[in-house]
Write a protein that binds this ligand. Structure first.
Ligand code: ADP
Length: 626
């Protein structure tokens, strides 16, 4: 090896930025660098094991996977080595010299002055390796790729913007790190300190981690079974939390978890976590990952989407099966009967966990729903099997909840009026848009709870959520409202009004052309003169709006105008009509009423300028009389 073969390379700009942050940060939790490096070694071993499944001879003599850590206090060097896959020259440049994943790029873009916050993101976006420069002033990495003919490589950097690469004479596969510890970080050379950090963060790593003392005597730091293989009573809350952080790259505590060891026809273990926060790529179907799959304790793959239905893609955790072959591939997973059974059972477990949370820890469940409610709602279309559970889990805002708080259908039913038969909802663009809708007037007056369906997906949800507990879910802006006993009195006066308004309503219908399907008297209004409703079988204004926004062609269905017989405007118009059915102003009045009803429900009016002109004419008249 001569100096002539040594190449000097620049780090990518984003890496420089990251390194700068690592070196100058005041982050107090520097010890996590060890967690990051050990977990890289563990990943590298997983990869080697996976690659050797098809050609076991590629491992040669060295078939026992392990990670070794040792400290040389005299030289201030910490060494970590593994017999994992190692890297080719090209892989080093790609993995260590650049930030390849778009996730990490995003992280770098997000960097702010608030370093504590920035640092809490370490690992989340795969910046793990660079954290070594929090404690090191020089790092030498020597690595040889499994199965590659090319020689080993030596990479060296002081973290200042560039690194060097040259050939090395390492013969066995894997990666060795020589970490030159900074003067004021010497604590990381103490065996007791190394032992305690690795015990804390890495005991669930499935490969043995050895710590060698200065005489070369080795001790295993993680000799316990992986956490999911232990019985529940042997795992503390902290250990569950720590393991979650390890697999999710989430610094926050999980909201809840469920750990199940199943024996019988199928034998498998699941350890499933509900995160506290939605990941930024929750709605990216490509990125949203699933669970990690193990077979007989051996890591097989991350992101095994087949293990849970898509609407539970936020769940993190591990499935370890005794019944799958070790060389199971993604293609096999898709049709595998064992996987399908595990999927079914795991789905039930997650839904049960959520139901328990919803019952026993309502605040926590509200938090959960805020983060993941919209994803859960996708389940109504994908998961007929668990429709009953989903119906119990779904939450909506309502006229009886504060903004951002929710009610479930079970609680809705408990709060129902004694005489109330159905469950009511109103759908619209936002809470503000539905809150003052004329359609709610009678419900407010009678103190009946109405659910607010204000997410676009809700319109699809109600199609599967047609009923709950024997009660129908009814749209308050659709069909002929019948509150039964609750509006007995109103119904009586409605009958009377129908006689009085009959001819007027016919005239209204005729003079508005084919705008309306029908004009009829209603009991649903208390303050407004009129409102528009959709026929039972028609689409509804909100659904039309959503489809239009999605650039879909919709033929707007004709609406029904309902009038409030007790309102002064309607009474006045009826008189105007009775005095002279040919009065030319009636037509303008009718149009004005329809436009106002459209505005009140948050719909667009066809001719806003025409509307304003009409209003101005009426205002001018009024002022002339004043
Ligand atoms: P992450 O582990 O999140 O991908 P890192 O910055 O820690 O991010 O590592 C970057 C990449 O470098 C890894 O994905 C892996 O491909 C490679 N790498 C790091 N350490 C090792 C190792 N000990 N053996 C083989 N490859 C490694």
């Amino acid at each position: 090896m001569t100096a002539a073969t040594q190449e000097k390379m620049e780090f990518q700009a984003e890496v420089k930025q990251l390194l700068n942050l690592m070196i100058h940060s005041l982050y107090s939790n520097k010890e996590i660098f060890l967690r990051e490096l050990v977990s890289n070694s563990s990943d590298a071993i997983d990869k080697a094991r996976y690659e050797s499944l098809t050609s076991i001879e590629s491992l040669g003599e060295d078939k026992t996977f392990r990670i070794k850590v040792s400290a040389d206090k005299d030289k201030s060097i910490l060494r970590i080595s593994d017999n994992g896959v190692g890297m080719t020259r090209q892989e080093i440049i790609q993995n260590i010299g650049t930030i390849a994943s778009s996730g990490t790029k995003k992280f770098v873009e997000q960097l702010s002055g608030d370093q504590k916050k920035d640092m809490s993101l370490i690992g989340q976006f795969g910046v793990g390796f660079y954290s070594v420069f929090m404690v090191a002033d020089k790092v030498i990495l020597t690595t040889k790729r499994l199965g590659a003919a090319e020689p080993a490589m030596r990479w060296e950097s002081t973290g200042d913007g560039s690194y060097t690469l040259e050939e090395a004479d390492k013969q066995d596969r894997g990666t060795e790190l020589e970490i030159h510890i900074k003067e004021d970080e010497k604590e990381f050379l103490e065996d007791y300190r190394i032992r305690s950090i690795i015990r804390k963060y890495s005991e669930y790593i499935t490969h043995p981690i050895y710590l060698a003392d200065k005489d070369g005597k080795e001790e295993v730091l993680n000799d316990k079974a992986p956490i999911w293989r232990r019985s529940k009573s042997d795992v503390t809350k902290e250990q569950y939390g720590e393991f979650y952080k390890h697999i999710s790259f989430d610094e926050e505590e999980p909201l809840a978890w469920t750990h199940n060891q199943v024996e019988g026809a199928l034998e498998y273990t699941t350890l499933l976590y509900i995160p506290g926060k939605a990941p930024f790529d929750l709605y990216n179907p490509e990125k949203s990952n699933g669970l990690s799959l193990y077979v007989k304790r051996i890591f097989i793959m991350n992101d095994a989407k087949e293990l849970l239905p898509g609407y539970l893609r936020f769940v993190r955790g591990v499935v370890d099966s005794e019944d799958l072959p070790l060389n199971v591939s993604r293609e096999i997973l898709q049709k595998n009967a064992v996987i399908q059974k595990i999927n079914k059972a795991a789905t039930k477990k997650v839904l049960q966990l959520l139901e328990t949370m919803a019952k026993e820890e309502k605040d926590k469940y509200q938090k959960f729903w805020k983060e993941f409610g919209n994803v859960m709602k996708e389940g109504f279309h994908m998961n007929w099997e668990n429709l009953d559970e989903l119906k119990r889990l779904i939450r909506f805002e309502s006229n009886k909840t504060a903004a951002g708080e929710y009610v479930g259908l079970e609680d809705y039913v408990i709060r129902m009026k004694a005489e109330q038969k159905d469950i009511y909802y109103i759908s619209g663009e936002s809470r503000a848009a539905v809150e003052h809708s004329p359609h709610l007037e009678v419900f407010k007056a009678k103190e009946i709870e109405v659910l607010y369906l204000i997410d676009p997906i809700d319109e699809w949800v109600v199609q599967s959520l047609a009923d709950f507990d024997g009660k129908k879910l009814l749209n308050v802006a659709k069909g002929d409202l019948d509150l039964g006993e609750l509006t007995k009195e109103e119904k009586k006066s409605q009958k009377q009004a129908e006689g009085k308004y009959k001819d007027f309503m016919k005239d209204f219908e005729e003079k508005t052309g084919d705008l309306l399907k029908e004009v009829r008297v209603t009991t649903r209004l208390k303050e407004s003169p009129c409102c528009l409703v959709a026929d039972e079988s028609d689409m509804g204004a909100n659904m039309e709006r959503i489809l239009k926004m999605a650039n879909q062609k919709v033929t707007a269905s004709k609406r029904i105008l309902e009038i409030n017989p007790d309102h002064a405007i309607m009474q006045g118009l009826q008189k105007m009509y009775a005095a002279d059915p040919a009065n030319p102003r009636l037509k303008d009045w009718y149009q004005l009423m329809v436009d106002q009803a459209l505005l009140a429900e948050g719909s667009e009016i066809k001719d806003p300028a025409g509307y304003v002109a009409k209003v101005n004419t009426f205002l001018t008249d009024m002022l002339a009389k004043a």
